[in-house]
Write a protein that binds this ligand. Structure first.
Ligand code: AMP
Length: 273
């Protein structure tokens, strides 16, 4: 496996490749969720490039950029064993310059829900993903449904900027008890981890209600809020695949989303129906 740390090295490497290229952008501290994206890319492409970059521009002041888990050695092993061809691990200064040209997330869909509570977060996400797409020029890029709004905005950026890249949405990987895997789960104490299960529980309850005939968003959100009561909820929302708020559930075109703090740790989760 090639370890690349500068954009120039990555561009040179890319020129040497023939055939399809799968790309999995991550912030590292890899877990089975990341691994599922990587394995899918390895299976579906001639070459797979993984990036690990804790992107400073997508963190707001006061967020966990400094303490975000970094596990370079373990990540390297995981990628190697999974059959990754090249791992791109740049330093911040290799990616960003002074007073850059900036990409803005859409004024509406980039500033509701996650974007409302983390204003500017998606500007940073799109800025870095756009740069990475230029360097990797992937045939396919793999993103988790766990970050549903991010996935939607990346698909939108690909359309709006005429990128010839297939965005592949990947299922959410969970621990057996239902907790969605996240690099941030390491922040949770054992007691907090138990409490965090309320998030997936509320989503399961929502799905059950919908399946038993309750389609009204208000009623479903209320039932979820009752379960989430012990947590500091930021939002519970029901949207369609294009992130328009839904008054009622329609199977095949609904995503139910939760963002909540468990102690100091902010977690997000969702279910696609
Ligand atoms: P991150 O390192 O958090 O930026 O995540 C990198 C990619 O992995 C993103 O596309 C995420 O949506 C995806 N991802 C993170 N957690 C999971 C999970 N539990 N299941 C599936 N994909 C995930």
């Amino acid at each position: 496996m090639e370890i690349l740390s500068t954009p120039q090295e990555l561009q040179e490497y890319r020129k040497s490749l023939d055939g399809s290229v799968g790309f999995v952008p991550t912030m590292g501290a890899l877990h089975k969720g990341h691994l599922s994206l990587i394995e899918r890319s390895v299976k579906e492409n001639d070459h797979t490039v993984v990036s690990i970059f804790v992107n400073p521009t997508q963190f707001l002041p006061g967020e966990d950029f400094e303490k975000y888990p970094r596990k370079e050695e373990a990540d390297r092993k995981i990628c190697e064993l999974a059959g990754v061809d090249a791992l791109f691990m740049p330093q911040k200064d290799a990616i960003y310059s002074e007073d850059e040209v900036l990409i803005k997330a859409p004024k509406q869909k980039g500033y509701i829900l996650e974007g409302h509570f983390r204003p500017g977060h998606f500007d940073g996400v799109l800025q870095v993903v756009n740069k990475l797409f230029h360097l990797v020029r992937p045939t396919r890029a793999y993103f988790g449904k766990k970050d549903a709004q991010q996935l939607y905005l990346i698909q939108k950026m690909v359309r709006d900027f005429f990128w010839d890249i297939e965005i592949v949405p990947c299922e959410i990987v969970r621990d057996p008890d239902g907790l969605a895997l996240s690099s941030r789960n390491v922040y949770l104490s054992p007691q907090e981890r138990q409490k965090a299960l309320l998030i997936s529980k509320s989503l399961k309850r929502a799905a059950k209600l919908a399946q038993s005939g309750e389609r009204r968003s208000e009623v479903i959100k209320e039932a979820m809020m009752a379960i989430l009561e012990p947590l500091k909820v930021e939002y519970v929302e029901i949207v369609d695949r294009n992130f328009n708020i839904r008054e009622s559930i329609e199977f095949g075109d609904t995503i139910i989303l939760v963002a909540a703090y468990v102690g100091e740790t902010r977690l997000i989760d969702n279910i696609w129906m």
